[in-house]
Design a protein around this ligand. Structure first.
Ligand code: NAD
Length: 176
């Protein structure tokens, strides 16, 4: 058996890490794939970080936490939801269990007869990508909401500066 956890991880936060730790402790022998959704997207408010940056922030966090047998695979979006599971299957090694709390992701994998599990949310009022992006843009404290190695990496790429720029409405002169 191999598991798949799908997410955008914008950014990878302590809620995501908690889920990975839960899955590894529940099924230590089962390899786990982190499917990086919306891999084509970056430098937008919803998806500020590139797939490469997300791969790096996750790798550092997993290494810091001593988590092994977890691989990360980018998945670009396609504009036909009905074909998305086949698209995912074409990009990943075989998997048979999917972990998600996203209603659309659940629906599509269930329709394709996968076993879908929804791990419990960990302090969702604190650990939520949109909330962390908002705090970054507002100049508020955010680093304790992500794993320490991820925080150091995000600092190194000036993530908060990027979020502040993306949060601003584009002026007429900066529009293409
Ligand atoms: P996300 O990063 O917001 O969440 C990833 C997972 O982590 C989710 O299951 C979420 O419930 C869980 N999580 C978040 N906070 C948590 C916390 N505090 N504690 C525990 N778990 C927590 O990513 P997402 O938006 O769910 O990603 C779905 C991806 O699938 C998107 O990129 C989407 O575009 C893609 N998708 C694409 C298509 C298509 O291309 N047609 C179709 C369906 C889905």
């Amino acid at each position: 058996m191999r598991g798949l956890l799908v997410g955008r991880f914008q950014p990878f936060h302590r809620g995501h890490l908690f889920v990975v730790q839960q899955i590894r402790s529940l099924r230590p022998e089962e390899p786990l794939i982190l499917g990086l959704g919306s891999a084509q997207a970056s430098y937008t408010w919803e998806n500020p970080f590139t797939a490469g940056e997300r791969t790096e922030m996750i790798a550092r966090a997993l290494d810091e936490a001593g988590l092994r047998a977890v691989t990360t695979v980018p998945i670009v979006d396609i504009d036909r939801h009905a074909l998305w599971v086949a698209h995912v299957e074409s990009l990943l090694p075989p998997f048979d269990r999917v972990y998600t709390n996203n209603p659309l992701t659940r629906l599509l994998f269930e329709r394709a007869r996968y076993t879908v599990e929804s791990p419990p949310l960990f302090e969702r009022e604190r650990f939520e990508g949109a909330r962390i992006r908002q705090r970054m843009a507002a100049g508020e404290e955010w680093s304790d909401l992500v794993p320490p190695a991820t925080a150091a990496y995000l600092e190194s790429i000036q993530a908060a500066h990027r979020l502040r720029q993306l949060a601003r409405p584009a002026s007429p002169r900066s529009r293409p």
